[in-house]
Design a binder for this molecule. Structure first.
Ligand code: CTP
Ligand code: MG
Length: 230
């Protein structure tokens, strides 16, 4: 039985949030945002180690109490300039075996649940490629022209919104990200790096509660959902 691990990139600044404190540390219902995802990952009995990739100059992380996470939590101060570089660096430093599974999860998705995690592991643990949590697109999609007028309506059939966790074997993911970083192409998630190798990750259906906190108005919604789940 292969091992499952998690890796949480948390070396961003949260530019779209527009706050001086990096968004992963903004307080939500009494804890820094990142605490929720780390706590959920560390509480899952199938997950062995939870790596968190921090900026080398991070001075926040050590100021909080991580005792609720137990001894699974392993901070790595090796974040890079992009998310892909942060994850690639983290994989290198983690020294995971190539065939171990790693679930990469955004620090900015605090509403992840045990049900999401268990569904993913269930559906993917003997998959040859791996896959991601995702949600079928619900809204009608418009493509704009340069004047911000509607050029056309895009059919939403077969379109999904990618979320995290994104679950791959550590060796395959490290190789995919290394190639993506070297090619200079922008990859905003792990799956797109794996897709660039000609592979087809599986879509595991999640739900919109696992949204990414990006803008200031997202904080309140996350707070409501997390308080409800307590
Ligand atoms: N991330 C990272 N290293 C980077 C950039 C992002 O580890 N160089 C992490 C973020 O900390 C976050 C996750 O990747 O946990 C998802 O990124 P996003 O939500 O885009 O966060 P930021 O990049 O911090 O926000 P923004 O894009 O608004 O600047
Ligand atoms: Mg970003």
């Amino acid at each position: 039985m292969s091992e499952f691990n998690a890796l949480v990139p948390a070396a961003g600044f949260g530019a779209r949030m527009g706050n001086e404190l990096p968004k992963q540390y903004l307080p939500i219902a009494g804890q820094p945002m990142i605490w929720y995802a780390l706590n959920t990952l560390c509480s899952n009995s199938q997950i062995k180690t939870v790596f968190v990739v921090l900026a080398p100059e991070d001075s926040q992380f050590q100021q909080y109490d991580w005792s609720a996470c137990g001894d699974k939590l392993q901070p790595l101060f090796c974040g890079g300039d992009t998310r892909a570089e942060s994850v690639a660096n983290g994989l290198l430093v983690s020294e995971l075996e190539p065939d171990e599974w790693v679930l990469v999860h955004d620090a900015a998705r605090p509403c992840l649940t045990q049900a999401h995690l268990n569904k993913m592991i269930d559906e993917l643990h003997d998959d040859t490629v791996g896959g991601i949590l995702a949600v079928p697109v619900a809204d009608t999609l418009k493509r704009s022209d340069a004047m911000q007028r509607i050029e056309c309506t895009e059919p939403r059939e077969k379109l999904w919104q990618a979320q995290t966790p994104q679950m791959f074997r550590a060796g395959l993911l490290a190789l995919a990200l290394q190639q993506a970083v070297q090619s200079g192409k922008s990859v905003t998630d792990e799956a797109s790096a794996v897709e660039a190798m000609g592979l087809q990750p599986k879509l595991v259906e999640g739900d919109s509660s696992n949204f990414k906190v990006t803008y200031p108005q997202d904080i309140r919604l996350a707070e409501l959902l997390l308080q409800e789940g307590k």
